[in-house]
Design a protein around this ligand. Structure first.
Ligand code: PEP
Ligand code: MG
Length: 579
C-alpha cells in the first residue's frame, strides 16, 4: 500500500480501477484478449518488439557515429533487455495464459522489473529508467494509431495522469470517470475548477508517482484530504467505503436546506448563486436551491467543441440556462480564453508568459468578430430573462470603455434588424487584478455590478501561478494582501451602491464564509456542490459575529495566522451546527 499526498481540489471519495495516462498520454486499461484472438495479439506483440529493436539499433548507430562506441553501449544494454529470453517468455505467457492485452502485459511486466531495480540502493537503481524507456517504446509501437482519446472511456475508472488540461478535463465523461489524480497542477488551475464543476473527486500536484502504478490496479482517491492510495489493503478499502457512505448521508441531510433562504441568524438575506462551466450544470445549481447563476464561464463552449461556436451555439446554451432559472439572474462572463485555457498548444516562443499575455477581454478586443458573435447571442438571450454581462480580467478603464462600445454597437445592429434584447441589461466587470482593485473607484462609475475573481486576484497579487504545484503553499486567499484588496473592492462598491459578489473558489469554502460576510459581502457565487454547505454556514452565523471575525483577520499580517484563525472559527462553527 502506498499513500500519496497531493492538493485536494474537488471533494468526494472514490474507489476504482486505475487508468494510467503517463506524460506521453498512453492509456493502459486492464483489458483481456479473447481466446480466439491470442495468436493475432501475440503477433502484434512480436511486431512491436521488432519495431522497437529496429529503432534502438538505429539510435545506437547514429550515436556511435557521433560520439563513439562508449556511448553506443547504452543502447546495447537496451537491446539486451528487450530481447532477453526470460522477458519475452513472460510477456508471451501473460498474453497466452492469462489472456492479458499485450499493452497491459508490457506495462505490468516491465514496471515490475523496474521496481526490482529501483529497490536496489545503489547506482544499479538507475537502470529502472532504461526499463521505462523500453516500456514506452513498446507501447508506442503497440498502440500506434490505436491510441484512443480520453473521450472514448467506456468503463468506470480513476484516471491517474501526468497532467490533464482544462479542455481534456471538460471533455471527460462523468458517467465513467470516477475521479482523477495528476502529478502536476496547482490549487487554482482551471483543471481543478472543472473537476469541481463536474463533481469529479480530484487530487492534483502529487509529484512523480505514475511509475508506481499499473493500469487496472485498485486505487482510492480522497478528494477531501488530497490523498491517493495505491494498492490499498482490504481494511483501508472498507474504511473509505464507510466514509463515502457517511458523506452521502450528510449530503442528503443538507439537501433539506434547498427551499430555505440563505439568511443569517439576525435576519440578513444573502444571495448564493452558482458558478457553471456547462449549461447542464444549471440543474445541479437549481436542485440545490441556487439564487441564480453568478458566473457562467462561457469559454468552455469553445474548449468542448471541435469548431468555433456559432451565434446559434452560444444562444442555445444561454437559453438553456436562462429558461431553467425561473426569472433569477444569470451572469454571463464573456470569453476568458488564454492562459491555461488554450484552444491549441502554443509553443513557448509564441507566448512566454500566457497568464500575463493575450487572454480574456484583451483577446476578445483583438478578435472582434468572435466577440461580437458572443455579444449578439447574449443580447438575444437577454430578451428571455435577467441576463447580465460581465467582462473578465479588465485591467484598465479603456478596456472597459472599448468593450462597452462594442456592446453598444452590437445593440444598435440588433435594433436595426428588429431583434429583441434588453437594452438595459446590466453590465459588470470582474475584479481580478490589483490594478482593477486599486482603480475600482473610477471603474465603479461605469458599471452596474462587480464580481471579485479571487482565483486570479490571488495569482496576480502574490505573483504566484495558480496552476503550479511548486508554489501552491504561497497561493492563498488567507494572504492579508489579498484580503485588503478584497475589502477595498467591497467598500468601494458599497459606497457607490453598486452590487458586488465574489465568484472565486474562496466563496465556495466554508472557511471563508464568516470573513466574507463580515467584510460586507452579501452575494456569493460558488460551485454547485458547495451551495448547501455555504447556505448552512450562512444560516448559522450572525452578521455581528462575522464582523468580529473580519476585524480580527484585518489585524493580522501573515497568511499563516489568518489560516489558523479561520480554521479554528470553522471548526467551532461546524461543532455548533452539529450540536
Ligand atoms: C477568478 O479568477 O476568480 C474567476 C472566478 O475566474 P476563473 O477562475 O475562471 O479565472
Ligand atoms: Mg479569473
Amino acid at each position: 500500500m502506498l499513500k500519496l499526498q497531493g492538493i485536494a481540489v474537488s471533494s468526494g471519495v472514490t474507489i476504482g480501477e486505475a487508468l494510467v495516462l503517463d506524460s506521453e498520454g498512453f492509456r493502459i486499461p486492464r483489458r483481456f484478449v479473447a481466446r480466439s484472438a491470442v495468436d493475432t495479439e501475440l503477433q502484434r506483440l512480436s511486431n512491436a518488439i521488432a519495431e522497437s529493436t529496429a529503432e534502438i539499433k538505429k539510435n545506437r548507430d547514429a550515436v556511435r557515429g557521433e560520439l563513439g562506441e562508449q556511448y553506443a553501449a547504452i543502447f546495447d544494454a537496451h537491446l539486451a533487455m528487450l530481447n532477453d529470453q526470460r522477458l519475452q517468455e513472460e510477456l508471451t505467457s501473460a498474453v497466452r495464459e492469462r489472456n492479458w492485452w499485450p499493452e497491459y502485459a508490457v506495462s505490468r511486466t516491465l514496471r515490475r522489473y523496474a521496481k526490482v531495480f529501483q529497490n536496489l540502493d545503489n547506482h544499479i537503481a538507475q537502470r529502472a529508467h532504461d526499463i521505462y524507456d523500453i516500456e514506452k517504446s513498446l507501447l508506442r509501437n503497440l498502440l500506434g494509431q490505436r491510441r484512443e482519446t480520453l473521450a472514448a472511456i467506456s468503463e468506470p475508472v480513476v484516471i491517474l495522469a501526468h497532467n490533464l488540461t482544462p479542455s481534456e478535463t471538460a471533455n471527460l465523461d462523468r458517467r465513467f470517470v470516477k475521479g482523477f489524480a495528476t502529478e502536476l497542477g496547482g490549487p487554482g488551475s482551471h483543471t481543478a475548477i472543472v473537476a469541481e464543476g463536474l463533481e469529479i473527486p480530484a487530487v492534483v500536484g502529487i509529484g512523480p508517482f505514475l511509475a508506481d502504478v499499473s493500469g487496472g490496479e485498485p486505487v482510492i482517491l480522497d478528494g477531501n484530504q488530497g490523498v491517493v492510495i495505491l494498492q490499498p489493503d482490504e481494511e483501508t478499502i472498507a474504511r473509505y467505503r464507510l466514509e463515502a457512505e457517511v458523506a452521502e448521508t450528510v449530503a442528503a441531510s443538507l439537501g433539506q436546506l434547498r427551499d430555505l433562504p440563505a439568511e443569517t441568524t439576525d435576519g440578513v438575506r444573502v444571495q448564493i448563486r452558482g458558478n457553471i462551466e456547462f449549461p447542464e450544470e444549471v440543474e445541479q445549481c437549481m436542485r440545490r436551491g441556487s439564487d441564480g447563476i453568478g458566473l457562467y464561464r462561457t469559454e468552455f463552449l469553445y474548449l468542448t467543441s471541435q469548431h468555433e461556436p456559432s451565434e446559434e451555439d452560444h444562444y442555445r446554451a444561454y437559453r438553456k440556462v436562462i429558461d431553467a432559472i425561473d426569472g433569477k439572474p444569470m451572469v454571463v462572463r464573456t470569453l476568458d480564453l488564454g492562459s491555461d485555457k488554450m484552444l491549441t498548444e502554443k509553443s513557448p516562443e509564441e507566448e512566454r508568459n500566457p497568464c500575463l499575455g493575450l487572454r480574456s477581454i484583451r483577446l476578445s478586443l483583438r478578435q472582434l468578430p468572435m466577440f461580437r458573435t458572443q455579444l449578439r447571442a447574449i443580447l438575444r438571450a437577454s430578451a428571455h430573462g435577467d441576463v447580465r454581462v460581465m467582462f473578465p480580467l479588465v485591467s484598465t478603464i479603456l478596456e472597459l470603455r472599448q468593450a462597452r462600445l462594442v456592446l453598444a454597437d452590437v445593440m444598435e445592429d440588433l435594433a436595426e434588424h428588429d431583434i429583441d434584447f434588453n437594452p438595459k441589461l446590466k453590465i459588470g466587470i470582474m475584479v481580478e487584478t490589483p490594478a482593477a482593485a486599486m482603480m475600482l473607484d473610477a471603474f465603479i462609475e461605469e458599471v452596474d455590478f462587480v464580481s471579485v475573481g479571487t482565483n486570479d486576484l490571488i495569482q496576480y497579487t502574490l505573483a504566484v501561478d495558480r496552476g503550479n504545484k511548486d508554489v501552491a503553499d504561497l497561493y492563498s486567499a488567507c494572504d492579508p494582501a489579498v484580503i485588503r484588496l478584497l475589502k477595498r473592492s467591497l467598500d468601494i462598491a458599497d459606497d457607490a451602491g453598486v452590487s458586488a459578489s465574489v465568484c472565486g473558489q474562496m466563496s465556495g469554502s466554508v472557511m471563508y464564509t464568516q470573513l466574507l460576510l463580515g467584510l460586507g459581502l452579501r452575494e456569493l457565487s460558488v460551485p454547485a456542490a458547495a451551495i448547501p454547505e455555504i447556505k448552512q454556514a450562512v444560516r448559522s452565523v450572525s452578521i455581528a459575529d462575522c464582523q468580529a471575525v473580519a476585524k480580527r483577520v484585518l489585524e493580522m499580517n501573515s497568511a499563516r495566522d489568518v489560516k489558523a484563525f479561520l480554521r479554528d472559527q470553522k471548526r467551532r462553527l461546524l461543532a455548533e451546527t452539529v450540536a
